[in-house]
Design a protein around this ligand. Structure first.
Ligand SMILES: N[C@@H](CCC(=O)N[C@@H](CS)C(=O)NCC(=O)O)C(=O)O
Length: 278
């Protein structure tokens, strides 16, 4: 659903690009990186997920699922990060972030779809390996489920806030999914500089926030040397710095690192998991 017919009269009057986003949101990071690649001006509307700002009626009148990001362009609301970055690249063609050759274009869209499919898995791993240090208090959860209309998100939060958290087999399943994706990415990057040949495209931008997120969890990326080389190259791009790294508060990154290292020390870190197919 790339375009949402909002009932919010205020946003319908917006001119230019307005982005509702959160610094840590991988889906927001994708959009910000594309905006930076294109050198576009945009107005920031931060939706602090930690403060449950996505559960307000106001925000849910802008994004029907109460998720970030939502982009408003000249009064029209766009949702779904993959669709937003595709829209930005077709609307602002310079510099192009897509190949011209039809088969390569299909490949790029396949990669983007796969990154989108990995979202649920990334979310669960993030909550388990980064947020579990501070589980959601029951009174915050109770208010959240009353205010937020996204049933799937509310169910997810209930499990996260429960005493036992996510079942071990589910965590392992999601880790395996990520491991398998990383192996696929690594194989392709053994043969080419970027995911679609020698051009940096939306495919690379769709995936880089996921890799960054697992690095925050202290995932041993050296298991996938080509993917590690690709990630280091993207980190040098000004768009990565402006769209992702610069917005990451150093104390939060440090707290994530400390928690992940502590878990690793207790043998329950992300790197302690042994993938079945390794
Ligand atoms: N497929 C959607 C997924 C949007 C989504 O799940 N956003 C996350 C952040 S990346 C969110 O808003 N989560 C709310 C929460 O975790 O409470 C997209 O790509 O835009």
């Amino acid at each position: 659903m790339p375009v949402f017919g909002t009932s919010n009269e205020a946003v319908k009057k917006f001119k230019g690009i307005h982005l509702y986003h959160f610094w840590l949101s991988s889906c927001s990071q994708r959009v910000r990186i594309v905006l930076a690649e294109k050198g576009l001006d945009w107005e920031s509307h931060e939706i602090d997920l930690e403060k449950q700002e996505h559960a307000t009626e106001e925000y849910q009148s802008i994004h029907p699922d109460g998720l970030v990001p939502a982009m408003v362009h000249d009064g029209v609301v766009h949702i779904e990060s993959i669709d937003i970055i595709d829209y930005l690249d077709t609307t602002y063609a310079d510099p192009p972030l897509r190949p011209t050759e039809p088969a390569a274009l299909v490949e790029m869209h396949d990669w983007m779809e796969l990154a989108d499919d990995a979202q649920h898995s990334l979310k669960l791993l993030t909550h388990e390996f980064l947020f579990r240090a501070h589980p959601m208090p029951q009174e915050v959860l109770a208010e959240f489920v009353v205010n937020h209309h996204n049933d799937e998100l509310c169910e997810f939060m209930k499990v996260f806030a429960s005493e036992n958290g996510f079942p071990k087999d589910e965590i392992e399943e999601e880790l395996q999914i990520h491991y398998d994706h990383f192996v696929t990415l690594d194989d392709v990057l053994a043969e080419s500089e970027w995911l679609v040949g020698d051009q940096f495209t939306l495919a690379d931008i769709a995936w880089v926030p996921n890799i960054h997120r697992l690095k925050l969890m202290q995932y041993p990326l050296e298991r996938h040397p080509n993917l590690a080389r690709w990630y280091e190259a993207i980190k040098q791009r000004p768009s990565y710095v402006a769209g992702l790294a610069d917005l990451e508060p150093p104390p939060a990154a440090e707290a994530f690192r400390a928690y992940s290292k502590d878990r690793a020390g207790r043998g329950t870190g992300i790197g302690n998991y042994r993938p079945l197919t390794a």
